[in-house]
Design a protein around this ligand. Structure first.
Ligand SMILES: [Zn+2]
Length: 410
């Protein structure tokens, strides 16, 4: 059955901002009690009935949608799972001005409401725009961005750190006036936190940035609100957790929460579709990320998939090397559900996916809901991008995820 039609019948479920409900299918009614604790969940699972969670519609605070045919192929996929997404500006050329952002936003909306994808149209989706910080960003540009209302953040890419980051920042000192203007206007700074120094090992780049660069940046702009994007190390989550003021947060991807660098070499073969930046890390770091989502009392960690599609030909061409990025959009929420389930923390899933990020950005939570059923489904082998004659291979391609998610709109 068409997933949206199925979802439409479920509108009698009310989302609760503070807790998730879990109940066997067939025994639900609108007066059912709130999900109480893990023991209740575990005991009801033993009966063999399907279990469901209802949470507020989630947001993705770190998403790459690309442009052109790729945008048309992937935007509806994220819109099927998320109510809003913060759209990363690393196009080529980058999204630098309010004008660029407004035009890109229009292309995103057109892709969702009439692109080539066969994914059903999402009930509602709002792209939140981020601008690309460069050495030339001025306080005036920041104030114009804030006045636009559609721009919520600037994204700092150290020059050369990742895909399309050649125009990124080479020196932070000259940007302090712009950073302080962001603080004054309520614009968030999102950081790709990796050192680009040639002598730093790729697996140590994030820890190096967190220890050598981030403290100075936080001190130089003492009111700036900062998101350390895609935290992948214990150093990153400890910095965010222990920072003495409530003006820093961290996004966590599903792939860094679920996989270690071993996934890059599984079965003695190099796995290009698991190659991303920051690169997957060792188990001790993944454990620190899991600890962060389980003990997220300050609400500083929230969802950012960093879903970053590349065509298969760009992932597997040996001559030019493999592009960095994991495409998780087709099953992102299912993977987050698996992760929270694996650490017995499903009652923390809603705050992570649907509340903490909105609060940090000063937004109301979404109005609709999402139903997550613990029912396996398979993930497609690939998402075709017909005009480009290639396809995007998602994470878990051709395999199953343990949950099935569907949005429920009011
Ligand atoms: Zn990214």
């Amino acid at each position: 059955m068409h997933p949206w039609r199925h979802a439409a019948r479920e509108t009698f479920f009310e989302a609760t901002p503070a807790a998730c409900r879990v109940s066997p299918v067939g025994e639900r009614d609108e007066h059912e009690s709130l999900f109480a604790n893990q023991a209740e969940l575990t005991s009801s699972m033993e009966t063999g009935a399907e279990h469901t969670l209802i949470i507020r519609t989630p947001d993705d605070f770190h998403l790459h949608l690309r442009d052109g045919p790729m945008l048309e192929a992937v935007a509806p996929i994220s819109a099927a799972q998320f109510g809003r997404a913060l759209i990363m500006p690393n196009l080529n050329p980058p999204v630098r001005t309010v004008r660029d952002a407004l035009a890109y936003r229009e292309r995103i909306m057109a892709a969702i409401h009439g692109g080539q994808s066969e994914v059903p149209h999402a009930p509602s989706f709002e792209p939140l725009m981020a601008l690309y910080l460069t050495d030339g960003t001025t306080p005036e540009m920041v104030r114009e961005a804030a006045a636009s209302k559609v721009v919520k953040a600037y994204k700092l890419y150290p020059a050369g750190a990742t895909t399309n980051s050649a125009a990124g920042v080479t020196s932070l000192e000259g940007l302090y006036p712009a950073l302080n203007a962001m603080a004054d206007c309520g614009i968030v700074l999102c950081i790709h936190g990796e050192s680009t120094a040639k002598d730093v090992d790729p697996f140590d780049r994030e820890a190096h940035f967190v220890q050598q660069t981030l403290p100075g940046l936080m001190a130089a702009a003492p009111k700036l609100r900062v998101v350390l994007e895609h935290c992948t190390t214990k150093q990153a989550v400890e910095f965010v957790s222990n920072f003495p003021e409530d003006r820093i947060a961290g996004t966590l991807t599903c792939h860094h929460l679920m996989y270690t660098r071993a996934a890059l070499f599984e079965g003695s073969r190099l796995r290009p579709h698991m190659y991303c930046l920051p690169v997957l890390k060792a188990e001790e770091h993944r454990s620190a990320l899991l600890h962060a989502i389980k003990h997220n009392e300050k609400g500083r960690f929230f969802l950012g998939t960093d879903s970053a599609p590349h065509l298969e030909k760009d992932k597997s061409t040996p001559k030019e090397g493999c592009a960095a990025g994991v495409f998780s959009a087709p099953c992102a929420m299912e993977l987050y559900a698996e992760i929270f389930d694996s650490v017995n923390a499903l009652e923390k899933l809603e705050a992570f996916c649907s509340l903490n990020g909105a609060a940090f950005y000063g937004l109301e939570p979404n109005k609709g809901s999402m139903k997550l059923a613990k029912r396996a489904r398979s993930v497609a082998d690939s998402v075709p991008v017909h005009p480009l004659g290639s396809a995007i291979v998602p994470i878990r391609a051709g395999h199953e995820v343990a949950w099935t998610c569907s949005r429920i709109e009011k």
